[in-house]
Ligand binder design. Structure first.
Ligand SMILES: Nc1ccn([C@H]2C[C@H](O)[C@@H](COP(=O)(O)OP(=O)(O)OP(=O)(O)O)O2)c(=O)n1
Length: 117
């Protein structure tokens, strides 16, 4: 089922994104181009596009209270492009991105213990 705009606020798993992206690429014959290196370069390109949105704006308030809905929609698109290429990169490298990220959070907690003083 393809839907371009949000239909509900249900949780979306990384595995669902991964499956939908694999179908998308397969249907278009693009999987052959989705090598780790190509996906990494595409990811970096999208990070650049995301950065452009903030470029020259000065500091931006959390929640983006002064942004127009068009600006927020543009931001949603670029943030999504970064995530979607990252998910595909993890996939073609044979990684479980969700598990890897959870493990990293645990490692971070050990590296930076609570400072109870
Ligand atoms: N070979 C490709 C090409 C595109 N996409 C998907 C992942 C991204 O979500 C989006 C990127 O599409 P574009 O290259 O058209 O980039 P933009 O959406 O940023 O468009 P533009 O660069 O015109 O702003 O499409 C993909 O998975 N594999």
């Amino acid at each position: 089922m393809e839907c371009s705009r949000r239909s509900s606020s249900r949780d979306v798993s990384l595995k669902e994104l991964s499956r939908r992206l694999a179908e998308f690429a397969e249907d278009r014959g693009w999987a052959q181009y989705h090598s780790p290196r190509n996906l990494l370069l595409a990811l970096v390109g999208e990070v650049g596009e995301l950065s452009e949105i903030f470029q020259w704006k000065g500091e931006v308030e959390k929640g983006l209270p002064n942004w127009s809905s068009e600006e927020k929609e543009h931001l949603e698109e670029e943030v999504s492009d970064v995530l979607l290429y990252l998910v595909q990169l993890a996939d073609v490298c044979g990684l479980d991105l969700g598990q890897a990220a959870l493990s990293k959070i645990l490692k971070n907690a050990k590296k930076y213990p609570l400072n109870n003083n």
